[in-house]
Structure formats: structure tokens, C-alpha cells
Design a protein around this ligand. Structure first.
Ligand code: M6P
Ligand code: ZN
Length: 190
């Protein structure tokens, strides 16, 4: 006999990104030590230790076939020239895919294969991004208001932060002379 779970219907607050009843996770700048290139700018900003992003997650048991969903509220800001971003991860089960849907604000997603091939997909309200199996993914807020999006991912995908934490993505998303630019990450090596 199948033990049926109950269906869920919730309204995401499209202004704040809050999902009623979801588990809230807060990531402050201090949780992102070592992630940004400009250490001096990082240490300066650390005095205020701002919230970089919040996640509202509705997660199921880590079982094959089930789905999780979560909103992320990624605040505007920069560390030096680098825009605020989420940690970014591969999936612990690397062949698991994911869908993102833009709700508010402006930003984009950096994706990368284990070989270091990078893609940048700009996002705004209404943008759907398909994250294929095996691609690491990180979102970046390139605007001046909170960037809010929904993510839907297999319940058994899991998060693998290891290699991204160590050397980041091959590209950095920065602001220079008022422009959004992708530049090579000097800390990234094959
Ligand atoms: C999205 C999903 C979550 C993820 C969150 C924050 O909501 O992909 O699985 O946890 O973004 O990203 P990260 O875990 O890389 O900090
Ligand atoms: Zn993911």
C-alpha cells in the first residue's frame, strides 16, 4: 500500500518572496567567508554583516521521485566590484536537474560544468531557467532591489558545495563603469 501524502497549495507573497509555513534559512555575509575575491572589501562590509539572502523552503524527505520547492530573496549589494550571490552548488546526486522561475527584481544565473564551461542567463520576473543535470548553479543580484525567484528541485538532489567553495566559478559577475560584466576568476584553475 502506498502511504499517500497530502497535496499542498500555498500562495507565495510576490512582493516579499515569503512562503507561509516554509522553513526559513538566512545567509549572512559571515556565512560566505572565502567566497568573494576582494578580501579587503569583504572584511570592511563584515562589520555590518548584512543578510545576503534568505531561503523559504518546503522540503520533503530525501526520496527519489519527490519534489522540493523554495523561494530565495537575494538582496542587492556588492563586495568590491562583485555583486551579491548565492553560494552555488552542484547537486549531491549530480544528475538531478532543477527549474528556477523569476518573481521580482533583476539578476541572473551562472552555470558551470565540472570541466569549467560557463553560461550566464539573465533573469527577471517571468524568466524560467532550466538547470540541466551536472551543472553547478549560482544566482546573482545585478539590480538595486531584492531579486526573488522560485526553485523546484528533486527531493533527493542534495547540495554539494565543496568545489565551488574552494575555487568558485570560472567567471565573476562584476560592476565596472556602471556596466555588468563577466570576467575570468583569477582564483579558478583547471
Ligand atoms: C534555491 C535552491 C535551493 C538552494 C537555494 C540557495 O532556492 O536551489 O536548493 O539552497 O537556492 O542556494 P545555495 O544553496 O547555493 O546557497
Ligand atoms: Zn540546486
Amino acid at each position: 500500500m502506498v502511504a499517500y501524502k497530502r497535496p499542498i497549495g500555498v500562495n507565495v507573497d510576490l512582493e516579499t518572496g515569503v512562503i507561509p509555513g516554509a522553513k526559513k534559512l538566512v545567509r549572512r555575509l559571515s556565512d560566505l567567508r572565502g567566497y568573494f575575491l576582494d578580501e579587503e572589501a569583504y572584511n570592511e562590509l563584515l562589520k555590518d554583516d548584512p543578510v545576503v539572502y534568505e531561503v523559504y523552503a518546503m522540503e520533503q524527505e530525501e526520496k527519489e521521485g519527490d519534489l522540493n520547492f523554495a523561494t530565495t530573496v537575494l538582496y542587492p549589494g556588492r563586495v568590491g566590484k562583485e555583486f551579491f550571490f548565492t553560494k552555488g552548488h552542484y547537486h549531491a546526486k549530480p544528475n538531478r536537474a532543477e527549474i528556477y522561475y523569476g518573481i521580482k527584481g533583476e539578476g541572473g544565473m551562472l552555470l558551470q560544468t565540472p570541466e569549467g564551461e560557463v553560461e550566464w542567463i539573465p533573469m527577471k520576473a517571468g524568466t524560467v531557467v532550466y538547470v540541466p543535470p551536472y551543472w553547478a548553479h549560482r544566482t546573482v543580484n545585478t539590480g538595486d532591489e531584492p531579486f526573488i525567484f522560485l526553485a523546484i528541485y528533486p527531493a533527493d538532489a542534495g547540495h554539494d558545495y565543496g568545489s565551488i567553495k574552494e575555487r568558485g566559478f570560472a567567471k565573476l559577475v562584476i560592476e565596472e563603469n556602471g556596466e555588468i560584466k563577466l570576467i575570468d576568476n583569477p582564483r579558478w584553475k583547471d
